[in-house]
Design a protein around this ligand. Structure first.
Ligand SMILES: Cc1ncc(C[n+]2csc(CCOP(=O)(O)OP(=O)(O)O)c2C)c(N)n1
Length: 661
């Protein structure tokens, strides 16, 4: 054994702390003192210690749901971990995370993802950030054998290989993903082959042998740093308990269990230390007792304050970072198309801040599917990253990178494919700040070209905003003009929170006035773009332009256009309710216009906003009308396509009817 005595004893200490911690957790669950669920890692302690002893300051880890041992190994306080398990405000994540989200920024651990394998993409994002910042560090993605069957792992293996990311995949093959065995669920003979097809070097080691894992990680880290390439280590191991607290393990034989019990990593390591005269039995007994005592003391301390909870009122502060962005309305205007305005924002923000990066498919030489990025690649070659067709992978990668301050602007070729990044948006971007009790922010902008009018058919033309506005933690922005597209995109990039930026495809072709680099508009603020006395047309995105045409039709028909007020929402979430209510209190009538289907569309939220305000409701002279898309997928035929979304004549007639003209 080549390890120094100090390191060997440290390794044993980590393994013992992990074992005693887990035994206490198991007993607290059995006594119903703890709630929820938990995934114990008893039997899998060797890789935890081996990793801890190899990592350098600034290396990041993203554990799996079976995370306690790695959290202990990376240096987190046992007291704070027990407190987190109790859900108390003294926990690592103040009781907002629980067993699977033990975030600890000080120890380079953003917490696990409870979505099997998604943490791999977050770790890839951290490694992307480390590389971008030219830091000599690595990120470690923990994953289980079950996780290797998820598509996102394959997407990320590919990306990490072609981008040479400093990423270590530490794969714990414990033979089972819940109740399903590797033999049943994994095609092929070797899990390492899964990395090799992506040109990633991979080895397999006995995961219950501390020294083997230690040496493997030592060489892997060196290789990753020196060769600038990812690496995978498969540790063959076994969990002694069930998958989670209520698993009786009926899918395993008792013979198999006793075979692995005889290969206990702690017993084996202890024997080696004594056999090789590195430590005496007495020394090991002393360490053993000290670890057991420490764990118990930390538990007692945590239990004494377990009822200290965050107040419900304080929870809101963990949803969005409230840092204010300086806004300004520039006087210097020039004319540009919508797509050019967006490109200007991307260029100016990337040049202002090297942490801003632009990611997406075909956004380089090709200029983007809608020619939004254009020649951007020639101006910011080190900040523009063309991705493979791997939406789930690169969207979650952007989230991971944001934890280290990288501000990605992710272009999703068609907003319809946001269904493929729903994991990044719904499970990660929107929740990481909350689950980590404010330790991490997630400054990522997801640009989604939405809407119909271009004859692209049902899977390339939808308006999916209502899918996002129901997710706390996401901001949703929908500009209506080139100027707003630029000024709101700049604000979105500077915002410390995740923003879904909805770009109607027809906006790209609209020409209008655009501000210079200082033009930045506040998120969460609606604008009255035309004042009027007797009816509020409330809209957002491209549909605002349709409402503006009604004003023209009024003029052409010699009707009084001063009757019409137009409220452009700009941001759907957070919604500027005040401006909506002020307008309707003045006009006493409201029509809401949007392209998305009527049923459960965002218009319902606006109706509710008006009706729930007693004063505004009492002033309403007519029922509120919603003029929206039909409850149909978008048809391909151009004529049919036009007829399923709000058309000018329909709005014109309804406005006249409401005004009794
Ligand atoms: C995407 C997803 N599917 C299913 C689950 C439920 N689930 C939690 S853990 C787990 C098994 C994961 O197995 P593996 O990756 O081998 O890790 P292990 O539990 O063995 O450590 C499953 C299916 C989940 N959390 N996420």
């Amino acid at each position: 054994m080549q390890l120094s005595k100090k390191k060997a004893m440290k390794a044993l200490e980590i393994m013992l702390n992990s074992r005693y911690f887990e035994q206490q957790i198991s007993s607290l669950f059995q006594k119903n003192i703890m709630h929820g669920t938990t995934h114990l890692n008893i039997g899998q302690e060797a890789p935890q210690a081996a990793l801890a002893l190899n990592l350098k300051e600034g290396d990041w880890i993203v554990p799996t749901h079976r995370c306690h041992g790695y959290t202990i190994a990376s240096g987190s306080s046992l007291y704070k971990m027990f407190s987190e398990m109790f859900g108390s405000s003294h926990g690592l994540s103040k009781g907002l995370g629980g067993s699977m989200h033990m975030s600890d920024k000080n120890n380079f651990n953003p917490g696990s993802s409870a979505v099997v394998a998604s943490g791999v993409a977050l770790a890839a994002g951290l490694s992307f950030a480390l590389k971008h910042k030219k830091q000599e560090n690595i990120a470690v993605a923990l994953l289980g054998d079950g996780a290797t069957n998820r598509g996102v792992v394959h997407e990320i293996m590919n990306i990490s290989s072609i981008w040479d990311l400093p990423l270590l995949y530490l794969l714990e093959n414990n033979g089972y993903g819940m109740s399903s065995s590797v033999k049943q669920m994994v095609a092929g003979n070797n899990l390492t082959d899964r990395a090799k097809v992506f040109n990633i070097k991979a080895i397999s080691v006995d995961g219950n042998d501390f020294e083997q894992v230690y040496n493997a990680i030592y060489h892997a880290r060196k290789y990753i740093i020196e060769e600038n390439k990812p690496f995978l280590i498969e540790c063959k191991t076994y969990r002694y308990n069930g998958h989670s607290k209520s698993d009786p393990c009926i899918y395993r034989t008792r013979e198999e269990e006793s075979y692995w019990l005889s290969r206990c990593p702690i017993k084996n390591f202890t024997k080696k230390l004594i056999d090789n005269k590195i430590a005496t039995k007495e020394e090991i007994d002393i360490l053993n007792k000290a670890c057991e005592k420490l764990v118990l003391e930390e538990l007692n301390k945590a239990e004494a304050v377990k009822d200290d909870l965050l107040s419900v009122d304080s929870l809101k502060s963990f949803v969005f970072d409230e840092t204010k962005i300086e806004t300004y309305e520039s006087k210097k205007l020039h004319r540009a198309l919508g797509r050019e305005a967006i490109r200007e924002a991307l260029l100016e923000e990337s040049q202002r801040d090297s942490n801003v990066v632009v990611l997406g498919e075909d956004i380089g030489l090709y200029g983007g599917c809608f020619k939004v990025t254009g020649d951007l690649y020639s101006h910011i070659p080190n900040q523009l990253f063309e991705t493979p067709v791997s939406e789930e992978g690169f969207a979650n990668l952007a989230v991971g990178a944001s934890l280290l301050g990288i501000r990605s602007v992710v272009e999703i070729m068609y907003g319809d494919f946001s269904t493929l990044i729903s994991d990044a948006l719904i499970n990660h971007a929107s929740k990481i700040r909350f689950m980590s009790a404010g330790q991490f922010n997630c400054p990522v902008v997801f640009r989604l070209p939405m809407g119909c009018g271009t004859g692209h058919g049902a899977q390339h033309s939808q308006s999916l905003e209502a899918m996002f506005t129901n997710i706390p933690g996401l901001k949703v922005v929908a500009p209506s003009s080139p100027r707003k597209a630029k000024a709101l995109l700049k604000a979105s990039i500077r915002d410390n929170n995740p923003v879904v930026f909805l770009e109607h495809k027809l906006l790209y072709q609209i020409e209008g006035e655009v501000g210079d680099e200082s033009d930045i508009f506040e998120l969460g603020k609606a604008s009255i773009i035309k004042e009027g006395t007797s009816i509020s047309l409330i809209s957002y995105g491209y549909s605002t332009n349709v409402c503006l045409k009604i004003v023209e039709l009024f003029k052409e028909s010699n009707l009084d256009e001063n009757l019409i007020e137009i409220v452009d929402l700009n941001t759907l979430s957070p919604l500027d309710k005040k401006t909506i209510l002020q307008s309707v209190k003045k006009t006493h009538k409201a029509i809401i216009v949007h392209e998305a289907p009527l049923s459960s569309g965002f218009g319902s939220e606006i109706v509710a906003t008006i009706c729930e305000d007693e004063e505004t409701f009492s002033l309403l002279e007519k029922p509120i009308i919603r003029i929206c898309g039909k409850d149909l997928p978008i048809p391909f035929s151009l004529e049919l396509e036009k007829s399923v979304v709000p058309i000018e004549s329909e709005i014109f007639n309804k406005v006249k009817k409401l005004l009794e003209l």
